[in-house]
Each structure stands twice: as structure tokens, then as C-alpha cells.
Design a protein around this ligand. Structure first.
Ligand SMILES: [Zn+2]
Length: 101
């Protein structure tokens, strides 16, 4: 008997239920499992993560490009978060030093 679980991490990626809101149309579907995606890039990343045993050479190259693009975007996001934290830290330090002392 398989234990039931509600945690997403215990499910295979192809077992995750997805629904598309009625007023939206998915940009593409996974050609292997039919899962809908709002962008082509997300579909490409999904194929690379889940369907590596089935993908073609073209899909492999597209995955490498999409992965690099997402890594660059994530790096920029992390820089923005660090800049915001530094700004808040020095902002509070400035207020503490010049206003409350
Ligand atoms: Zn799929």
C-alpha cells in the first residue's frame, strides 16, 4: 500500500495536477506528458528536467539555452535582493546614527 501524501515534493513531476484558468490559454503543452505551460521557455525547462531520456538533440540544445537564460535572470534577481538588503541595512543604520543618537 502506497502512503498518501499531500506534499508536492513526494509526487513525480508528471503526477502534479495542473489547471488552466478558463480565461487563459497555455502557450504550449509538453509533447511527452501534455502538461500546459504559459511560456515556451518553461516547457523547454520541463522537458530537460523530466524527459531527459526521451528528448531530441534539438530539445537538448534548447534546454541548455533556456537553462542559461534562467540562470542569468536568477543571478540578476539575487543582485537586486542583495542591493535591497544593503540599502535597508544602511538606511536603518543612518536613521539610527543621525536621528536617534
Ligand atoms: Zn512533460
Amino acid at each position: 500500500m502506497t502512503p498518501l501524501s499531500t506534499r508536492e515534493g513526494d509526487l513525480e513531476p508528471t503526477e502534479i495536477e495542473t489547471t488552466v484558468p478558463p480565461d487563459e490559454t497555455p502557450a504550449t503543452h509538453c509533447p511527452y506528458c501534455g502538461r500546459p505551460f504559459p511560456t515556451e521557455q518553461l516547457s523547454t525547462l520541463h522537458i530537460g528536467d523530466v524527459h531527459q531520456t526521451e528528448w531530441t538533440g534539438t530539445e537538448h540544445e534548447a534546454y541548455e539555452d533556456a537553462y542559461q537564460t534562467e540562470s542569468d535572470e536568477l543571478f540578476i534577481y539575487h543582485l537586486k535582493v542583495i542591493a535591497a538588503l544593503v540599502f535597508v541595512f544602511f538606511g536603518f543604520s543612518y536613521v539610527y546614527v543621525f536621528v536617534w543618537i
